[in-house]
Design a protein around this ligand. Structure first.
Ligand code: TMP
Length: 207
């Protein structure tokens, strides 16, 4: 079985840059790797992603949002993640279930217990071997999103306190599961971030 790595953080945490670094680092170590994302990662999942992110879905009920996240994830697990792990490949996913606890739980206020029930049913025991949480002040992240100037999606239209709750939920989860979830200060220099990533990845490669 390959290893399953997920990447998390609020908007503007620099996930894409670090994802490219991790991808190259693992390729240099001769690991075959599937890189994917949530919501999305399959044809059906990408269509669900479009429904979830478009500002046209403004006012979507929070339970609809939660169930669509898990619908996309069920497809993703069956079609992409499990088959790749079974082939012995590593899987690197830009977001996974921690995002649901943080965004639909912390952000939207759905109970952690309800999310746990659906997660247990959908994941059937699948857990990332490693989750990298890129943490930074909410204001810094949102400023980066604005500078990027790519137009904002339905989540990025939310206010600072929404992202503050998400950030806190992510940090709580990392504190509860420090072996799996590593917090990386995304506000430090890229060189420092990548040195920290290298140490963490080397330790995973050694196990
Ligand atoms: P991203 O490509 O910037 O990560 O966009 C995905 C958005 O979807 C981001 O705002 C976080 C949100 N999201 C959730 O709210 N719940 C989830 O379970 C996942 C995977 C993503």
């Amino acid at each position: 079985m390959g290893k399953f790595i997920t990447i998390e953080g609020i908007e503007g945490a620099g996930k894409s840059t670090q994802l490219a670094f991790i991808q190259k680092y693992l390729a240099d170590q001769n690991q075959s790797l599937t890189v994917t994302r949530e919501p999305g990662g399959t044809e059906l999942g990408e269509q669900i992603r479009e429904l979830l992110l478009t500002p046209r879905s403004q006012g979507m009920a929070v339970d609809t949002e939660l169930l669509l996240m898990f619908a996309a994830r069920a497809e993703h697990i069956e079609q992409v993640i499990k088959p790749a792990l079974e082939r012995g490949e590593w899987v690197l996913s830009d977001r996974f279930t921690d995002a649901t606890f943080a965004y639909q739980g912390g952000g939207r206020g759905i109970s952690q217990q309800r999310i746990t029930e659906i997660a247990d049913w959908t994941l059937k025991g699948l857990q990332p071997d490693l989750t990298l949480l890129f943490d930074l002040p909410v204001e810094v992240g949102l400023q980066r999103v604005l500078i990027r100037n790519e137009g904002v999606d339905r989540f990025e239209q939310e206010k600072v306190d929404f992202f503050q709750r998400i950030k806190e939920c992510y940090l709580d989860r990392a504190q509860q599961d420090p072996k799996r979830m590593k917090i990386i200060d995304a506000n430090q220099s890229i060189v420092d971030i990548q040195a920290q990533l290298t140490t963490i990845l080397d330790s995973l490669l050694a196990h």
